[in-house]
Design a protein. Structure first.
Length: 535
């Protein structure tokens, strides 16, 4: 097994995750089998309990692990299937060490950062090595070199490299070259200092990736190489991409990072074949059509909160030869100004997932607007739940219909907790999580879009369509087009007398990728194009 460790220096938000994923893309296209993982030094056991405003989207894996959004990049950029082993946090490390201590596993020893905590981190690396059928494991270390909380992870990596042989390991350090406008210069000092910090721990990076706004000159390259003790060709420029993040692998390949890394690891492989990736990027950059889709949610202010949804639109746009312009609308603004004013001119509407009652009435108004005006609509998770509430209120006359998440006393709890959720008080990892199979009703829009009788999709929710209301809503015209294969829980609802109105309890956005656009997103984009051509 070969290992690549990606660390970050100078500042956070450098696109370390994208750099790691892009290196994965390139290596996969050299014919290597690659998997990726992330080590996050924070103390939460997983990001599932963090607010999206804090942490951005929680990305859900097939096995139900709630993980960092970078794992979404990994699955979109590389054909890897990740599990809960692929996201290790300090919270997990300490939880495990303390459990062992209480059990007496340490046989009377003093439990210490070194070796007990570092062993715990290395054990995860060995476990992933054992369980992954790949040639290379790329591990991204969250945070910035110099952070106190990341120190122990770096120490573990230093030890690990010694154990598996330094020639099997490539350390890549991603830094920033800030541009000082007044001086008209790019500054290399922060990079030098952050590499010095790494070397203090005993890690000499093999490759330095410099995030830059402008092209890096040969002089700058040589200077970084000299001060950081790496060869000049191993200093890679990582420019801000102009159009789409999917350009990142192409950009990094210009400086031949794949050659440098594979040579460093002693792998003799052909140059990457990027033809289909290039074609894909071409389709993203210059499509023939364009549409406007409103995403009406709660965590709109933060770019990262609905990351996978925005990415899914890029994939679906490319598949439909269309640029998807996203209008990010705060549901509370719909409550204040009305749907017509806020989303009157869009070609399609998406209501994403969410928690808590803020903005719920605005989302219900949004659904009503989409339903009555014939605007293509996709609801996801909470988006499906509000679609059901809207239908119950306005078509079935259940005026106070609601989810018991928002109104415990409603006389019509059309969305409610299942028995098995009722006793649960703890917040971490207690939702219905991960992949479940749904059976799709032939003759429905869902069946037409998927083109098959069953699908496996990822979930992250507590509340469900209340089965007690199924008959009444179906009799009033709501079509239930997919149900869970074991308990019959409602997975997808749709409206037959509407150009495109579909909503699902699961999260299709977690399984969309370049050249593998998700059928529900692709369907919405295609319906929005159709809608635009008529208006
Ligand atoms: N809050 C809702 C639930 O828990 C929806 C969750 C979501 O949209 N992810 O069921």
């Amino acid at each position: 097994m070969k290992y690549i460790f990606v660390t970050g220096g100078v500042v956070s938000s450098l696109g370390k995750g994208l750099a790691a994923a892009s290196i994965g893309t390139l290596l996969e296209r050299c014919g290597l089998k690659v998997t990726l993982q992330k080590f996050d030094p924070y103390l939460n056991v997983d990001p599932g309990t963090m607010s999206p405003f804090q942490h951005g989207e929680v990305y859900v894996l097939n096995d139900g692990a709630e993980t960092d959004l970078d794992l979404g990049h990994y699955e979109r950029f590389v054909h890897c299937s990740l599990s809960r082993l692929n996201n290790l946090t300090s919270g997990q490390v300490f939880e495990s060490v303390l459990r062992k201590e209480r059990r007496g596993d340490y046989l009377g020893k003093t439990v210490q950062y070194i070796p007990h905590v570092t062993d715990e981190i290395k054990n995860r690396l060995y476990e992933v090595t054992e369980k992954s059928d790949v040639d290379i494991i790329i591990t991204e270390i969250g945070g910035t070199v110099g952070d106190m909380e990341g120190h122990i992870f770096l120490e573990a990596l230093r030890q690990f490299a010694l154990e598996v042989g330094r020639d099997n390991v490539c350390f890549i350090h991603v830094t920033l070259l800030p541009y000082i406008k007044a001086a008209g210069e790019m500054k290399t000092k922060p990079t030098q200092q952050s590499v010095a910090k790494l070397r203090e721990i005993g890690i000499q990076p093999d490759v330095i990736i410099c995030r830059t706004e402008y092209d890096m000159s040969e002089d700058e390259r040589r200077k970084i190489a000299m001060f950081c003790n790496v060869e000049a060709k191993n200093v890679i420029a990582f420019r801000d991409v102009k159009n789409t993040i999917y350009e990142c692998p192409l950009d990094l390949s210009q400086d031949k990072i794949d050659r440098i890394v594979t040579r460093r690891l002693g792998l003799d492989v052909p140059a990457p074949n990027l033809a289909d990736w290039q074609r894909y990027v071409g389709r993203v950059i210059s499509p023939s059509h364009s549409i406007r889709i409103a995403v009406v949610g709660k965590y709109i202010a933060l770019q990262d909160a609905y990351k996978s949804i925005y990415e899914s639109f890029t994939h679906a746009g490319a598949e439909n030869d269309a640029r998807v312009e996203i209008l990010r609308i705060d549901a509370e603004e719909i409550e204040e100004k009305g749907a017509e004013a806020m989303i009157g001119s869009v070609d399609g509407i998406l209501v994403p997932g969410g928690f808590g009652d803020r903005g719920i009435e605005g989302k219900i108004q949004t659904v009503e607007y989409a339903r009555t005006k014939g605007i293509p609509f996709l609801g996801i998770c909470l988006g499906m739940q509000v679609a059901v509430i809207e239908y119950a209120r306005h078509i079935c006359g259940m005026d106070d219909a609601n989810s018991t998440e928002f109104d415990q006393k409603t006389t019509h709890p059309v969305i409610s907790l299942q028995e098995e959720q009722k006793g649960i008080k703890a917040m971490g990892a207690t939702m219905r999580l991960g992949a479940y199979k749904a059976l799709i009703q032939p003759g429905t829009l869902a069946h037409k879009l998927y083109g098959k009788d069953s699908v496996t999709e990822r979930h992250r929710h507590r509340y469900e369509f209340n089965p007690a209301y199924r008959d009444e809503l179906e009799n009033a015209g709501l079509v239930i087009s997919a149900v869970n294969d074991e308990h019959g829980l409602v997975e997808v609802v749709e409206l037959p007398d509407h150009p495109f109105f579909i909503a699902c309890q699961y999260h299709p956005e977690f399984q969309s990728a370049p050249n593998r656009a998700h059928p529900l997103f692709s369907g919405l984009v295609s319906a929005a194009l159709e809608h635009k051509s008529h208006s």
